[in-house]
Write a protein that binds this ligand. Structure first.
Ligand code: CAA
Length: 392
């Protein structure tokens, strides 16, 4: 077994770490407090190549593997999760979905703009009455011959206000159930696309999460992704990869809180010595470190499975499940280590705790991850360890 990162992967990790500390950290508290969209930071992330990391250089991307993307997500998420969710949605849902399932014309038209940050993408699946139950799409796209007419409302759309291109999942034939669902590339400048209310959220507050409405939007037929009826499978496949990105975000949140807790434990004194030298705190650090390492192995393994052409559906779901739980649990512990200081904004851990919660919800709740994992067990595909395919 190989646990050593390549020089390229290490360089990505280091660059992301420096960028997060030098460029994202200043102002992160103010942006969070006032829900200020990180316009300059997104431009800087585009310049750093963080918006299209896995996209082939042919289309303007970095041509990197999933593990490099995960390493960057982890470092960015130690500091600013509003920025890292923008990176995650643009990379693993929008760019990866387009590059993997789009046709050549679609890739030429959209990918470069998305990689260089000229356009930001959004993934529009959730609806007021279709969150976990994603097949219950009420947004409709009626086939008019050379175009579709799109109508409906999408909820909790990350990048909802700032994006220029949406991947929209819609029902084209209700009688066919999930086989009557399609995915479309929709430009927000088109007539009938309306950006609705911005959400005032517990965490990731400076990312812009909106309701989006489509009112008789004319979508050219060439903007459908894949064969007729492929939309639901497209959404599921894209979300499996997306879950690796969110697992990496959760890992970054947990690691960021842990690093702050260790630093504080060495600096803060109580009863005549640094608090880290009291067993009550030292054991918390040991538990944090152990759980985070376990989550890290799962997240890196999911990325490795994707990079090595293995079925990563369950691996991604497991990684997200464990990493988001570790993030929630240990951001709370990091606040406890900081005592009263942990409860105020200046020390960053309270923000990380608020950010952690969404990782148990978006791109599939923890309960949905358990559903995905358990269905694979019962289907008979999870008898063997995932990373060791049986050799007959
Ligand atoms: N890959 C490929 N195909 C898949 C698949 C996968 N991972 N998962 C399901 N499918 C296929 C099934 O094989 C089935 O196809 P067939 O009928 O041809 O066999 C079809 O899709 C329907 O699957 P199910 O019968 O399993 O459908 P279901 O309704 O019982 O449940 C679900 C599916 C797993 C619960 C799904 O609805 C789901 O993942 N829900 C959660 C949705 C979600 O993650 N939303 C996140 C919103 S996006 C977001 O948060 C982005 C953001 O802004 C940050």
């Amino acid at each position: 077994m190989e646990f050593i990162l390549t020089e390229e992967q290490l360089a990505v990790k280091q660059a992301a770490r420096e960028f997060a500390q030098q460029t994202l950290l200043p102002g992160v508290i103010e942006r969070d407090t006032h829900m200020t969209y990180p316009t300059e930071q997104v431009r800087d992330m585009a310049e750093m190549g963080f918006l299209g990391m896995m996209v082939s250089p042919e289309y303007g991307g970095g041509g990197m593997d999933t593990l490099s993307y995960v390493l960057a997500m982890e470092e960015l998420s130690k500091v600013d999760n509003s920025c890292s969710v923008i990176v995650s949605v643009n990379n693993s849902l929008v760019c990866w979905g387009l590059e993997t399932y789009g046709n050549e014309e679609q890739k030429q038209k959209y990918l470069t703009k998305l990689c260089i940050g000229e356009w930001i993408g959004a993934f529009c699946l959730s609806e007021p009455e279709a969150g976990s139950d994603a097949t219950s799409q009420r947004t409709t796209a009626i086939d008019m011959g050379d175009h579709y007419i799109l109508n409906g409302t999408k909820n909790w759309i990350t990048n909802g206000g700032s994006s220029k291109v949406h991947l929209v999942i819609a029902q084209t034939n209700i009688e066919k159930g999930h086989k009557g669902i399609n995915a479309f590339i929709v430009e927000t400048a088109w007539e009938g696309v309306e950006i609705g209310a911005k959400e005032d959220k517990l965490g990731i507050r400076s990312s812009d999460t909106h309701t989006v409405l489509y009112n008789d939007v004319k979508v050219p037929k060439e903007n459908r992704i894949g064969e007729d009826g492929f939309g639901f499978k497209f959404a599921m496949k894209v979300l499996s990869g997306g879950r690796i990105g969110i697992a990496a975000q959760a890992l970054g949140i947990a690691s960021g809180a842990y690093e702050l807790a260790v630093k504080y434990s060495l600096e803060r004194e109580a009863f005549g010595r640094p608090i880290g030298q009291h067993q009550a705190v030292a054991f918390k650090l040991a538990d944090m470190s152990t759980d985070i390492e376990a989550a890290r192995l799962m997240v890196y393994r999911a990325a490795w499975m994707k990079d090595n052409g293995l079925d990563y559906t369950s691996g991604a779901a497991m990684a997200k499940l464990i990493a988001s739980d570790v993030a929630m649990k240990h951001t709370v512990e990091a606040i406890q280590v900081h005592g009263g200081y942990g409860f105020v904004k200046e020390y960053h851990v309270e923000r990380l705790m608020r950010d952690a919660k969404i990782t148990q919800i978006y791109e599939g709740t923890s309960e949905i991850q358990k559903l995905v994992i358990s269905r694979n067990i019962l289907n008979g595909t999870l008898y063997e360890p995932l990373w060791m395919p049986c050799q007959s």
